[in-house]
Design a protein around this ligand. Structure first.
Ligand code: IMP
Ligand code: MG
Length: 168
């Protein structure tokens, strides 16, 4: 295991993202929807960083699951049961790989007619994309490698690590 992004780098980035997101917000209210399970730590840190920008933040989760081990199974199961009509929404994901998960969730959420829907991911692997998808806010772009830590798992292991590491 090799550290790719340190705890300090993550902390700095989270504050930068919060600042950008707050700047783009128009209603003073933001409903954050995070994708379980991987995004739980990123969400916890980002919403607290948003708190210092005088935003009225609410939080809910959605469930999406497509991975077994290090392989994407291709289909995305998602359970979306949230009321976002007319609200300013931020869809928060840990990592975008093929782009299928976030694309699918975004399409489902758009049907519910939010006032706006923006997307944020901590990590992005643009070289792995097989659907057209770009998040509005991206923490770090990384290459084609499997990473763990800061919420991300390898078969449910390593989510608790405070940094991002690469499995060799
Ligand atoms: P996508 O649908 O292929 O974009 O996959 C996105 C989901 O796959 C993410 O929400 C993660 O849960 C998982 N994932 C993708 N790459 C990695 C990785 O490098 N480590 C851990 N999980 C990953
Ligand atoms: Mg995930």
């Amino acid at each position: 295991m090799k550290t790719l992004i340190t705890e300090k780098q993550i902390r700095t980035k989270v504050f930068e993202l919060a600042e950008e997101i707050a700047r783009d917000n128009s209603s003073g209210k933001l409903h954050v929807l995070f994708v379980l399970k991987g995004a739980f730590i990123f969400c916890a840190d980002l919403v607290r960083a948003l708190g210092s920008h005088n935003l009225d933040v609410t939080v809910d989760y959605i469930i999406a699951k497509s991975y077994v081990g290090t392989e994407s199974t291709g289909d995305v199961e998602c359970s979306v049961d949230v009321n976002i009509k007319g609200r300013e929404v931020l869809l928060l994901e840990d990592i975008i790989d093929t782009g299928r998960t976030i694309k699918r969730l975004k399409d489902e959420l758009m049907k519910m007619k939010p006032k706006s829907l923006r997307t944020v991911c901590l990590l992005d692997k643009p070289s792995r994309r097989d659907v057209d998808m770009k998040a509005d806010y991206v923490g770090f772009e990384i290459g084609d490698r499997f990473v763990v830590g800061y919420g991300l798992d390898y078969d449910e292991q390593y989510r608790h690590l405070p940094f991002i590491a690469e499995i060799e």
